[in-house]
Design a binder for this molecule. Structure first.
Ligand code: UDP
Length: 329
């Protein structure tokens, strides 16, 4: 298939570009390089520096490259930033996707695999979270993605040939097995990269945000899914899409680890001292989030290959050891 990857220079998009190529697809990557890294884009892909707002430029590329399916990863993803600058999130994530859909309509492209998020569930009533759970985001980031799922449903109802699948990610982690691609965010706010940077001595310590949660060790529990497993699920979902499909799937491993367990795993994997301090809760963090990922297994036969945290963190460590300064070095 000819696949356009929007956000192809980002953490997840760059892994998807490479996997799609290795699965035999022809890939055109677009990215505005605002937070993405040109070096992360596989050289075998065609690359265009385009912003989601550039509807006409996108439509041209979609038509000229005879694109069959769009995988859409381009998004702003910091929860805290979405609270302080909600307009940027609705503009980039929601309006940006509408611009991309308009371009797809012009070019007659009828399939989209969309990066959604577990943040659209907000504070869950129960865990594990199933796809039919109440959707009530607790921050503008989650709402900006919720809006897109709504738009996709309405658009699909208006065009019976259009098909989409919304992939609702839990915590994406790890790096390419060969250490060539990985996570390089600025600023870095995520637990595992911060642990890796602390193990490398780039940070003095990690602060645990809250030890008084109603969990066995008092710290938050999350479901960490390996980035390559996540991308594999996208390809499986893309191949399964039929005209008129409106699907959504949780992407997690269906198992939760506490912050303290993640720290212990990082210490085991790196063999380094990782100093910890205990701080107050971070606003907006639910105590426990993990996926019921049975639906995608049942319907598409996908399940995560990396089910142990140590194995996931080992790939992150390989990337950080080889690229201590990220893509710049
Ligand atoms: N966390 C932490 N210290 C940090 C960063 C994260 O204790 O420096 C915790 C955070 O409160 C959450 C978990 O680690 O419970 C995962 O956070 P992350 O930001 O990686 O992902 P999120 O769950 O927010 O998407």
């Amino acid at each position: 298939m000819n696949v356009l990857v929007a956000g192809g220079a980002g953490y997840i998009g760059s892994h998807a570009v490479r996997q799609l190529i290795e699965a035999g697809h022809r890939v055109v990557a677009v990215d505005n390089l605002y937070r993405g890294h040109g070096q992360a884009v596989d050289r075998r892909a065609v690359f265009h520096e385009i912003d989601l707002a550039e509807t006409h430029a996108l439509a041209d590329v979609l038509a000229k490259e005879k694109i069959d399916c769009v995988m859409h990863f381009a998004a702003l993803t910091y929860v805290g930033e979405s609270v302080t600058d909600p307009l940027a999130y609705y503009d980039n994530n929601t309006a940006g996707t509408i611009s991309l859909l308009k371009a797809m309509k012009t070019a007659g492209v009828k399939r989209m695999v969309f990066s959604s998020t577990a943040a659209i569930y907000g504070e869950p009533d129960s865990t594990p979270i199933v796809e039919t759970a109440r959707l009530e985001p607790v921050n503008p980031y989650g709402w900006s993605k919720w809006c897109v799922e709504r738009v996709l449903r309405d658009y699909a109802a208006s065009d019976r040939e259009f098909a989409f699948v919304a992939m609702r990610y839990f915590n994406v982690a790890g790096a390419a097995a060969d250490g060539a691609l990985g996570e390089d965010h600025d600023p870095e706010t995520h637990l595992i990269p911060i642990l890796m940077q602390t193990a490398l001595g780039q940070r003095d310590k990690i602060t645990v945000f809250g030890t008084d949660y109603p969990t066995p060790d008092g710290t938050c529990i999350r479901d960490y899914i390996h980035v390559e497993d996540l991308c594999a699920a996208h390809i499986v979902a893309m191949n399964a899409l039929r005209p008129g499909d409106t699907r959504c799937y949780n992407l997690g491993i269906g198992k939760g680890y506490s912050v303290k367990e993640v720290i212990e795993s990082a210490r085991r994997v790196t063999g380094r001292d990782i100093p910890v301090e205990y701080g107050p809760r971070r606003a907006g963090d639910p105590a426990v989030l993990f996926a019921d990922a049975d639906k995608i297994q049942r319907e598409l036969g996908w399940s995560a290959r990396h089910t142990e945290l140590d194995a996931i963190i080992a790939t992150a460590w390989k990337w950080f050891e080889r690229h201590p300064g990220g893509y710049e070095t």
